[in-house]
Ligand binder design. Sequence first.
Ligand SMILES: Cc1cc2nc3c(=O)[nH]c(=O)nc-3n(C[C@H](O)[C@H](O)[C@H](O)COP(=O)(O)OP(=O)(O)OC[C@H]3O[C@@H](n4cnc5c(N)ncnc54)[C@H](O)[C@@H]3O)c2cc1C
Length: 289
Amino acid sequence: MAPVEHLREQAPGARVHTVRLSDLTTLKVGGPAEVWEVEDAAGLAAATEEPYRVIGGGSNLLVSDDGVDERVVRLGRAYNDVRSYSGERDVWLGAATPLPGLVRRAQRAGMSGLEGLLGVPAVLGGAVAMNAGTRFGEMSDTLHEVELFVDGGLERVPAHSLDLSYRHATLPVGAIVTRARLRLTPSDPETVAATMAAVDAARAGQPKVKSAGCAFKNPHGDSAGRLIDAAGLKGMRRGDAMVALEHGNFILNLGSATATDVLELVSAVQVELSMVGADLELEWRLWGF
Ligand SMILES: Cc1cc2nc3c(=O)[nH]c(=O)nc-3n(C[C@H](O)[C@H](O)[C@H](O)COP(=O)(O)OP(=O)(O)OC[C@H]3O[C@@H](n4cnc5c(N)ncnc54)[C@H](O)[C@@H]3O)c2cc1C
């Protein structure tokens, strides 16, 4: 992360910078925030002394052009275990571990369970918090136990206590996922690779332009993308924000979209869909609006 400005002496266990959140989100919009990049429990304790939010890979966030007033806690390198994963069946991994690298390492080691998450540009903590997934599998398939920083201390809770369901986890208020324990199933690299090829093929039609993935949750028994397509909204624009031509549930930043453009487009899509009797619930998390 390129620091814009050093705010203070490095706190124990944390580096503090003011950063535009457009630099930390895949949609590439969002104004400034004080980002606390933490490396240990002391850093977490210091960072959470004042109101805060938690950012992972920033791939499911729409952040206001004015940024956010709260501190933004980001887990640093000490919580990224992607290089140390070498094929264990039952493993604790740091919440800043990037999912794409982990999925590939598991495949090479002949471990099954994560392949359905291929192409999700999250880190482990964000994937737990959202119960990220595809029709090929989701985080809850392998998640066994979670370490949380909550109320100033660390505690471990079983995955079932998080009430994991479609794109949802119930975390205690203010909890930061610091580590997750996964249970994978021994398979062989070719079988896992074959599923990954199917996941990849299912994603082939998705846009490659800056986005935050699917904007809306799929309504029960239907697909938000299909509804948006049927309503003729592909290509709809506000400024440089556009409903993707390839996939109606992707809202793209064509280059210089602002958060206001994106939010106006989201609202316009919801209004159009409500007129044909469909209520679309946002999958993204909104910050600072
Ligand atoms: C191209 C693209 C494709 C995508 N495809 C999919 C897909 O197929 N399936 C899918 O489910 N999603 C998909 N997404 C959306 C996104 O990747 C997921 O929602 C993912 O789980 C977000 O993880 P993140 O680390 O980026 O979290 P962020 O976007 O940073 O945060 C999301 C939420 O999780 C919270 N959070 C993050 N880290 C922590 C933590 N350590 N502790 C507590 N709370 C935390 C944040 O506060 C926020 O509320 C896609 C996104 C993109 C850009």
